[in-house]
Write a protein that binds this ligand. Structure first.
Ligand code: ADP
Length: 304
């Protein structure tokens, strides 16, 4: 199975002509309530492809927690390991979007920030049986580090998406417990001090990342493509040509696809190409978790 240890949010998105100034009250047009959080998005992406995705995380005992659990269940993600937090509220993101699609976002981490060792203990069977574990940085980094050690001790592989960018750095030796790291340009710069803009520079950045102890570096350059390197292979995957209208969660769909392909025994080169198709397809639809493609859609794009 594919374990995802990560965040669960409810996104509340408002639409208005413009975003309010400090002290201002505006009337908007509409709002939507959706599942969000990188943990959820990546779990849904892997599940929609047909992966056996098990999400480990926390929600609060509140209406938003009920909404999150219902959405996860509707999208085929097991909520057996989504734990109820007695004291913290469910994580939310309040997202304002204006007529030009500019946005401003406030995230309240809530229960996500309390995910700790007790959650890993309660879900130890998930970590011990996972072929692949996906993690990101919307839960405490110490919890990620511990989860990575447990999964590897049981023979599983760890994919780490260093997002949001770890502006205060990672704990000493963190990447030594990771098999595959998948930063975008900004996250690569935070981790290495070097911002890649093309394949050659991404190759240099991948070497810097590998010097930090990670086996495989996958450097995502958004619409410019993606570079990968491990001990045996390296290469650049040109972007798939799609009509991109919304890049929200492209990285999450990429990671869900990467986990699905690696869990299915694909090589890194094959898995990165598959993941790039997933990321590209997600940009053709609005939304985060809801924009993840099906396996048939990915195969159609890859075959074309
Ligand atoms: P993040 O959301 O983490 O910043 P990216 O924006 O790099 O991630 O997108 C993740 C992946 O999705 C890219 O590496 C690429 O494979 C794919 N992708 C993103 N935007 C496009 C696009 N406009 N056209 C084709 N593929 C894209």
């Amino acid at each position: 199975s594919i374990a995802i240890v990560g965040s669960i949010n409810v996104d509340i998105t408002t639409r208005s002509d413009r975003l309010p100034q400090p002290g201002e009250t505006l009337h908007g047009h509409s709002y939507a309530i959706n599942l969000g959080g990188k943990g959820c998005n990546q779990a849904v992406a892997a599940s929609k492809l047909g992966g056996d995705a098990k999400l480990v995380g926390r929600i609060g005992k509140d209406g938003f927690g009920d909404i999150a659990a219902q959405h996860l269940a509707d999208m085929g993600v097991s909520t057996e390991h989504v734990h109820l937090d007695e004291t913290h509220g469910t994580g939310i993101a309040v997202i304002g979007v204006d007529a030009n699609s500019e946005n401003s976002i406030i995230v309240i981490g809530g229960a996500n920030l309390a995910v700790d060792e007790s959650d890993l203990d309660r879900s130890s069977d998930v970590l011990e049986t996972a072929k692949i574990m996906l993690m990101q940085l919307e839960i405490p980094v110490e919890t990620c580090q511990s989860a990575a050690k447990k999964v590897r001790a049981s023979g599983g592989k760890v994919i780490f998406d260093p997002a949001p960018a770890p502006v205060h750095g990672l704990p000493e030796g963190f990447l030594q417990n990771v098999d595959v790291v998948t930063p975008n340009e900004t996250e690569t710069e935070i981790l290495t001090g070097f911002r890649p803009t093309n394949a050659e520079e991404a190759a240099h950045a991948a070497n810097l990342l590998r010097e930090q102890g990670v086996a495989a570096a996958v450097v995502k350059l958004g619409a410019r493509g993606v570079y990968f390197k491990d001990g045996e292979s390296e290469g650049f995957v040109e972007p798939f040509k799609v009509n991109a209208i919304d890049t929200v969660a492209a990285g999450d769909c990429f990671n869900g696809g990467l986990a699905y392909a690696l869990a299915g025994g694909k090589t890194l080169a094959e898995a990165v190409r598959f993941a790039a198709a997933c990321g590209a397809l997600s940009t053709t639809k609005h939304g985060a978790a809801t924009s993840a493609p099906t396996l048939a859609e990915v195969e159609a794009l890859m075959g074309a």
